[in-house]
Design a protein around this ligand. Structure first.
Ligand code: C5P
Ligand code: MG
Length: 162
């Protein structure tokens, strides 16, 4: 058991984008995306970073250890399963997510209209109120037009604190 009542986690992910593939972020399909993620799983870069943030907060490694991207059984998998597993590992250690902050860097399309949907979706996966999930969007200013980058911080709160 950790000596700390609160622990911070940080996760990151990136995927190359290609035409003719779906783009899913935070469990939300992005309509009218010209490019989608090249990935072994469903390529949900938000959920991959969320899962890594949860695991890193308790020094539990990263999602590749639990879901190797070479394993045939995980091909095309729904990344919500990955988050559910990371959450289970956090809870087994007596912690729960307090709040999370998500940053998505993507040139196109504009994601502003999906902000509330993504926050709601991530919050539901973590059993948090929507108000505990911050979602920010940035462009790469044209430096990486065929690329999605995500970064997530997560505060983990020990049972009985906060
Ligand atoms: O990266 P930049 O600062 O130019 O982004 C300007 C604004 O555009 C951001 O505040 C963000 O809310 C929005 N944005 C968006 N969807 C993206 C990238 C940025 O809605 N894919
Ligand atoms: Mg990924």
């Amino acid at each position: 058991m950790s000596a700390l009542p609160f622990r911070i986690g940080f996760g990151e992910d990136a995927h190359r984008l290609e035409a003719g593939r779906p783009l899913v972020l935070g469990g939300v399909p992005v309509p009218h995306a010209e490019l989608g993620a090249v990935a072994h799983s469903d390529g949900d870069a938000v959920l991959h970073a969320v899962a890594d943030a949860l695991l890193s907060g308790l020094a539990l490694g990263d999602i590749g250890q639990y879901f190797p991207d070479t394993a045939a059984e995980w091909a095309g998998m729904d990344s919500r399963v990955i988050v559910a597993r990371a959450l289970e590992l956090v809870r087994e250690r007596g912690y729960a997510p307090g709040n999370v902050a998500v940053v998505v860097t993507l040139d196109r399309p504009k994601l502003g209209p999906l902000r509330a949907d993504i926050a709601r979706s991530v919050a539901a996966l973590l059993s948090l109120p929507e108000s505990e999930v911050g979602v920010s969007f940035k462009t790469s200013e044209g430096l990486a037009p065929a690329h999605v980058q995500t970064r997530v911080t997560a505060l983990l709160v020990r049972a009985g604190e906060g």
